[in-house]
Design a protein around this ligand. Structure first.
Ligand code: SF4
Length: 94
């Protein structure tokens, strides 16, 4: 099941444009890390041309770990609640 998830993630076309490619993966495992790592990840994500797709993928897959679309898990939970109250929220079918 986990392998299916990673296979699906690897096949996402937006991944090829991700600004985090080649960057230190520790920046994106930040839920338990400090503010310097958080700021570094934010800087990278804010330059990412596929930030929206990354966030949508994480929300659609209920991703609990790491930094996706410029957000921590807590921030993604808030975003999911915000979207549930918005007509523009569309869950991407996988
Ligand atoms: S938004 Fe997602 S794909 Fe883009 S740099 Fe951040 S973690 Fe990587």
């Amino acid at each position: 099941m986990l392998e299916e998830y990673f296979e699906r993630l690897r096949s996402e076309p937006w991944r090829a444009k991700a600004a985090c490619i080649g960057k230190n993966k520790h920046y994106f495992k930040i839920d338990t890390r400090g503010p310097e790592i958080y700021q570094k990840a934010i800087q990278i994500c804010n330059t990412c041309p596929v930030k929206r797709q990354c966030l949508d993928f994480a929300l659609a897959n209920h991703e609990r770990y790491g930094f996706w679309g410029g957000m921590t898990y807590r921030e993604r939970c808030k975003e999911a609640k915000r979207r549930q109250g918005s007509a523009s929220w569309v869950v991407l079918e996988r």
